[in-house]
Design a protein around this ligand. Sequence first.
Ligand code: GFB
Length: 315
Amino acid sequence: MEKQSKIYVAGHRGLVGSAIIRHLQEKGYNNIIYRTSHELDLRNQVSVIQLFEQEKPDYIFLAAAKVGGILANATYPAQFLYDNLMIQSNVIEAAKEFGTKKLVFLGSTCIYPKMAPQPLKENYLLTGELESTNEPYALAKIAGIKMCSSYNKQYGTEFISVMPTNLYGPNDNFNLETSHVLPALMRKIHKAKINKEEAVTIWGSGTPLREFLHVDDMASACVYLMENCTFEQIGEFVNIGTGKELTIRELAETICEIIGFDGELRFDSTKPDGTPRKLTDVTKLHELGWHHKIELKEGVQDTYKWYLENVNEHE
Ligand code: GFB
């Protein structure tokens, strides 16, 4: 990528898209384009084609998606399937038609079978049943991976796919019904501290294991792969993670320590646990030359600072 190349970041207001823009700007890229979902509905093929006719982007980060935590996935399965299939199909097809030089497609590690061996190696894709709470989302993302690799094979495009572990950071969704676990726990624990509550309720058993990557690291990995690695080197997709995991209980304890809340943790077993474990094997990522920098405690501290400045609703 040249500093003046036209780079389209789809999903620029989201957690990942906004981090990619910050990272590109820090590196001196100066021709970045984006549209809000009001300006452009990526589910509408005619609108997407119009954007490509006007802008003809050289490079694309496809970070636009319908995303959410375990409850959102279970509540809106149709939208998770339809929105994601439409967004990615329209953008990938237009990128091929309008000669985009390279595209990075973003998925998630929920594409792996629920009971896959751990840590998750890229070649475990499609070797078993998916986790039921996010099957529609996972199926859409698997279709996106296959679309990129199929287009590369048939049309000679250069579309690469990256599968990040659970992400968090500035601009995350802190809505308790639809968010992922880390922002949800940050908000609940902050509120409990401010209101001097004696306990915080955590969904599920607290025993599932999860891995968390700060979104600034995710943005750095996406730009690194765009700049340096080809589809031939990467293969169908590459995991992006830290290779380190902790239980949901341990995550809650870490957040309590950072926020300064010493009340009780209560577990609500009526809420789902989801997949028991989801740890990425990051061997391929390290071989490609990228390694994460931000450890969990530092990342949570940074995110809490952002939360206090931007979201804190004085609860
Ligand atoms: O982050 P999360 O919503 O999704 O939940 P997944 C992770 C774990 O945290 C589950 C527990 O075991 C939840 O039961 N948890 C505890 C909570 N308290 C809370 C809470 O207040 N809110 C939430 N949301 N969880 C998602 C997939 O899976 O991961 C998506 O649904 C995507 O498709 C995403 O892949 C990265 O980690 O289970």
